[in-house]
Design a protein around this ligand. Sequence first.
Ligand code: CMC
Length: 424
Amino acid sequence: MSEKKAQLVIDGKEAAIELPVYTGSTGPDVVDVQSLVSQGVFTYDPGFVSTASCDSDITFIDGGKGVLLYRGYPIEQLAEKSNCLETCYLLLNGELPNAESSTEFAQQISSHINVDEQVHHVFNGFSHDAHPMAMLIAAVGGLAALYHDSLDIDNAEHRMQVAHRIIAKIPTLAAMCYRHGINQPFVEPHGTLGYAENFLHMMFGTPGADPQVSPILSKAMDTIFLLHADHEQNASTSAVRLTGSSGANPYACIAAGIAALWGPAHGGANEAVLKMLYEIGDESHIEDFILRAKDKDDPFRLMGFGHRVYKNFDPRAKVMCQICDEVLDDLGVHDDPLFRIARKLEKIALEDDYFIERKLYPNVDFYSGIILKAIGIPTSMFTVIFATGRTPGWISHWNEMLSHPYRIGRPRQLYKGHTKRDYP
Ligand code: CMC
């Protein structure tokens, strides 16, 4: 039980309400307000700015210091020393795998990588110019229709099987979104390839031909997936948890996460960054865009800047910037105009009082778009890539929630509408 207490005095009441205060392994304490409903009051926190919605052991962020830990390991160390699949295992199981479990996990994922022929029909129902995120939501939600027989969400083994399935199939589905969009036949995954390597093969390979994927680009792709793998209780992860709290099928939960990710304030920002850089077009126009971003009467915001949690450099953005250099070097693009605009924009914004006062720094999306574009991935696929990378995090949160007692998520409201009135 909690030793620390908070006291809340509500106007007009004599006795203070005593609330337990909990301390996590690190990070701010939290005040447990669950008993307030019995006192006839709710807490009010639009946007969940001060609300912890759950306990979690998966990811820790210190936004003030620019720290991101997966299961305690700093993201920079994982990006340098680990790889995407090992990190998926870590998120899902809590510890890094040993050599044997690493091989076993890779085999598990590989055994689930193909999708049923039926799924092809989902894509065929879409026109070729459909947004790939719309196709991804439909395809992932559609998996619920195929893989529902051995799915008991209260059974830990079943949950793990689902996690493996979804982690394995999401790159295949993502690549299918792209191939359908360009009206080209799907490329089957190849048994000998690594996770990100296979994804690039399914995107850009030729059906039936031997895979030819650049090791630098597949390493970059692998790191992009790893950097996106989890980010604690953001909008999409919260959507997955909220959906899962009703006992919904996990594929439906992941589809809900993908839908929440789509918006430009969340995963859609990487697409918006590139559009913005194109719109800026030339370094001489940067100042105009900075002025627009600062103008309260203009809805324009600098895409790829600012974050609800980070009030410092997003540690993922630092790694992204480094990969960006490596990828552009590998591709011989030494003087990419978009990269030049991005670097200059970053420099100007970081020296501008408006951005300094509000602690607005580049976030993960600022550089990821430039890398993805250099790899040859079209802008409309950027958020699909984010969703592919984030899936291990979503499914780990879903599994964590179902591993402990949980209740359906059901926020309340401050009602400001009409009081009761009669129909005229
Ligand atoms: N450009 C200009 N001004 C900004 C920006 C920006 N990108 N971001 C925030 N501000 C200003 C905002 O106008 C407000 O100013 P004031 O205090 O004068 O009213 C102040 O900074 C605080 O902003 P907020 O909207 O209260 O912050 P938030 O925590 O609600 O929003 C955010 C966070 C990420 C939605 C926002 O910073 C934003 O819209 N950024 C651009 C979109 C973007 O890059 N999103 C990707 C986020 S990282 C990927 C992910 O994890 O999903």
